[in-house]
Design a protein around this ligand. Sequence first.
Ligand code: ATP
Length: 234
Amino acid sequence: MSALLDVAGIDTFYGETQALFGVSLAVAAGEVVALLGANGAGKTTTLRSILGLTRPKRGTVSFDGRDVTRDATHEIARSGVGWVPDDRRIFPTLTVARNLAIAEKATRFRRWSLKECFEVFSAVEHLMNRECENLSGGEMQMVAISRVLLGAPGLVLLDEPSQGLAPKVVQDVMRVIRRLRDEGVGVLVVEQNVQTALEVADRAYVLDRGVLVHAGPAAELRDDAGLRRRLLGA
Ligand code: ATP
């Protein structure tokens, strides 16, 4: 079975500075994969490379069996890659309802209805008329994830989804990730919070200064404190 997402040997640069060195990783449909590593390891750069926001100089990114390495970001998004960036990137002066309506319009397919989003994030329903700039971090994250779900992604890239969230909201987010997996969506999650990520992930990769230093079942890292300490200092 070929992977839903296949990243093969990418080298990515910011100007002259190389940020990724031959990074290869894969995500299957219905699989949650964690991408871990210290600050500056290259996790966000990997997501940006997949999305064509920072284009790899060498190597390829394939989605659903198609080489998308040279595709425009909006084409990659439209082909079914959803992205929840770490800064969440909601239109701040618009209401939640407007933000979600824009996402609904932008998509040709539907995976989740608004009602289904409300079932998982019940708070979102009560926030519909609020302007996004007045939301808390957790509320904002729920809106950002809802927006991606409305876009019917086959693959969801989550950048630090638990950052700044109350434990209860983190659990809500983890519930969504599990539900996406159950629906056959592939999820690639970048996390500083190693424990949370390993709780939900099937497999994990570890990046160190732009180099992939570990790939294996999440359970292995979860159960082996020595390995975790060696790779992540955690
Ligand atoms: P963090 O958790 O801190 O976001 P990260 O693992 O996501 O870390 P990246 O943000 O991908 O790491 O950064 C990887 C490397 O690329 C770092 O050395 C960083 O300084 C560098 N870098 C990131 N963005 C830029 C940029 N826009 N211009 C130049 N260098 C950058």
